[in-house]
Design a protein around this ligand. Structure first.
Ligand SMILES: O=C(O)CNC(=O)[C@H](CS)NC(=O)CCC(=O)C(=O)O
Length: 261
């Protein structure tokens, strides 16, 4: 997606892309970080309550309408008694029920060498918990992470202990870091945890000088890229194949050879 500082426009864009992927047979769908709003921090905070409410309603509506499981996020959810928000991702089942949620733990406080400064912690309250890996009969055990988390392998290892087969990494990766790090980090997480990686992404120019890398992708447990949405808004679609997953885990049993946890 190329989300902009306009909630209604972004939800319309997401709806189109969901329709497109359902028509191609998708049963599990992910939307990128900031899918409902990507703009100035101050506007995000002012509109947080509306963004949170409408995003949740939207995700439930899409899940029920199409009978799909859907991961949305992260998006801002106000923290009680506080001006900050959680950067929250929601996993919703095909009945429209929230089955797992995650408040982003690692916040992006980084001066990127391209001149952009990010201080996510100035508006976002860090989550403290590893998300619950959720089990689905046809989709396997699904874990959740968001964007900058992808740089912290120990976080994913914790979800591996819960039997993770598929991990979501919705992101708004900067164009500057993305060109060198995005694909490599995602492939590393897939290979070391022998799991599928589904990484929905923001792409293009959003507002002011904010540019993201794009390349939403799906990676298999061997590290092979199964689908890459490229640089334009669109969809990446692939099959989760459990016999392939078991085959790779037999061929490369590294998860069973852990020594230090
Ligand atoms: O740019 C914006 O306004 C929106 N971006 C975001 O909301 C988030 C937090 S600032 N971006 C990342 O986590 C980028 C990580 C990243 O790019 C890396 O780890 O290299």
């Amino acid at each position: 997606m190329t989300s902009v500082p306009n909630l209604e426009k972004n939800l319309a864009q997401a709806e189109e892309l969901i329709d497109l992927s359902v028509r191609q047979g998708a049963e599990l769908i992910g939307l990128p970080e900031n899918f409902p709003f990507l703009g100035e921090e101050v506007d995000k905070i002012t509109q947080a309550e509306t963004i949170a409410l409408e995003s949740q309603q939207f995700l439930k509506k899409m899940a029920q309408r199409h009978q799909i499981t859907i991961l949305g996020g992260g998006f801002p959810v106000p923290v009680e008694q506080c001006t900050k928000v959680y950067n929250t991702a929601l996993l919703i089942n095909s009945n429209g029920q929230v089955v797992s949620y995650y408040h982003k733990v690692h916040l992006f406080d980084v001066d990127v060498p391209d001149g952009n400064t990010y201080q996510e912690s100035s508006t976002v309250m860090a989550g403290k918990e590893i998300p619950k890996v959720c089990s689905f009969p046809d989709l396997g055990n699904i874990g959740i992470s968001v964007c900058y988390d992808v740089r912290f392998p120990e976080f994913y290892r914790q979800m591996s202990y819960q039997g993770m087969d598929v991990i979501f990494v919705p992101a708004a990766f900067t164009a500057f870091t993305g060109k060198d790090h995005w694909r490599v980090l995602l492939q590393a997480r897939a290979i070391e945890n022998t799991c599928y990686v589904i990484a929905p992404a923001q792409t293009g120019t959003h507002y002011a000088r904010r540019q993201t890398h794009g390349h939403a992708m799906i990676i298999d447990p061997w590290g092979v890229i199964l689908a890459d949405a490229g640089e334009k808004p669109g969809v990446a679609i692939a099959e989760i194949n459990f016999s392939r997953l078991e085959q790779v885990r037999r061929q490369m049993p590294s998860l069973q050879h852990r020594v230090f946890g």
